[in-house]
Design a protein around this ligand. Structure first.
Ligand code: ADP
Length: 364
């Protein structure tokens, strides 16, 4: 079994506390992505699991065994780094087999493990090349192959796709997901990129300032963010947020005299006079005739488009609601010119309310 448990894990670098006593249970075979802005403590957390950083407080367990004092090689983990860390003077085959050779495995065993990894990752044609003769994506694949040959309980990935261009990153993302489907190991993956987190994770762990803010499936974080930080970090474009004041049991007053009903999910939870952020995603503000036909309560808004971003099957429209710039989504787009006034439907059942002071979601 290879479940990973973090219990009140703390990391201090001198005066600086980088990780503030986090708790996390990762199931055997789960693909968990630690995501958050730069400096939030995700690499430090991963490196403590790997044994590359001392743990200042709390416990890390792998497969039910506390590993705080075990060196990395005794934790049965494999780590894939951003810079690949391949040996430049060795061929792909030698790179793949190196860790087994060091562990004094016999030659037949090394050959078998290396051939199996090469097969899984499509490296068969490249076995005699040196790293300098490979593309970035191929090097990344070798780095993953090197992790596989050791049959670790847990794979740890630290920003493995950061050095690749956008297209290759998308391809490698699919390969990593396929790899997980084939080998089924526990994976803990660090990235600052919310798209990578959304597309890869069984569960996302969103961190900020050394704390875990929210843990959940990609859709849980997308649909029910617990605060404005999650609402704006997860999802592209970020959730639109407009300042408002609760003006009665059923209404929120935005500036410019616009009043919107309190969304069903927050009804009965708000107080008159409460300062709030009224939130909705671009997908829930769509021009009429260019939207998903959905049942539910709608508000019609007439808005001036200020800028457009055509993306093919959809176009993002920038406009203003109550003095705040927001983004809307147009499906089956036609050309729209800045200055054009369109009628939009705002899907009220999909809107969110956050307390302006605490930034926490107000939800029933
Ligand atoms: P992330 O991976 O989320 O970008 P890190 O885990 O690398 O963040 O860093 C978390 C915090 O710890 C940051 O404030 C960073 O500057 C600090 N930090 C990381 N490594 C060290 C180190 N070796 N010495 C001192 N401070 C460090």
């Amino acid at each position: 079994m290879s479940e990973v448990t973090l219990s009140k894990v703390v990391k201090k670098y001198g005066q600086l506390q980088a990780v503030h006593g986090i708790d996390l249970d990762i199931q055997d075979g789960e693909f968990v992505v630690l995501v958050g802005p730069s400096g939030c403590g995700k690499s430090t957390t991963l490196r403590m699991i790997a044994g590359l950083e001392d743990i200042s407080g709390g416990e890390v367990s792998i497969g039910g065994r506390v590993v705080n004092d075990l060196p990395p090689r005794e934790r049965n983990i494999s780590m894939v780094f951003q810079n690949y860390a391949l040996y430049p003077h060795m061929t792909v085959r030698e790179n793949l087999g190196f860790s087994l050779k060091i562990a004094k495995a016999d030659i037949a065993e090394i050959t078998k493990a290396v051939d199996a990894a090469a097969e899984i990752l499509g490296l068969n044609e490249l076995m005699d090349r040196k790293p300098a003769e490979l593309s970035g994506g191929q090097r990344q694949r070798v780095a993953m192959g090197r992790a596989i040959v050791r049959h670790p309980d847990v794979f740890l990935f630290d920003e493995p796709l950061s050095n690749l261009d956008a297209k290759l990153r998308t391809q490698m993302r699919v390969e990593i997901k396929r790899l997980h489907q084939r080998v089924g190991n526990t994976i803990i993956y660090v990235t600052h990129d919310q798209v990578e987190a959304m597309t890869l994770a069984d569960r996302i762990v969103l961190m900020r300032d050394g704390h875990i803010v929210q843990v959940g499936t990609p859709l849980e974080l997308f649909n029910t963010p617990i605060n404005t930080f999650v609402a704006t970090f997860i999802g592209s474009p970020p959730m639109n947020l407009i300042d408002g004041t609760v003006s009665g049991e059923d209404a929120i007053e935005l500036s410019d005299g616009i009043s919107v009903p309190v969304p069903a999910n927050a009804r009965g939870k708000v107080q008159t006079g409460q300062k709030v952020k009224f939130g909705f995603r671009a997908d829930n503000l769509m021009p009429q005739k260019h939207s998903v036909q959905e049942e539910g309560q709608k508000a019609e808004l007439e808005l001036t488009v200020t800028l457009t971003e055509p993306l093919g099957t959809e176009t993002l429209l920038f406009t203003e609601v109550a003095g705040t710039e927001v983004q809307a989504k147009m499906l089956n787009p036609r050309p729209v010119h800045p200055g054009e006034v369109l009628k939009f439907d705002l899907m009220l059942d999909k809107c969110h309310v956050f307390d302006a002071t605490s930034t926490n979601a107000v939800r029933g």
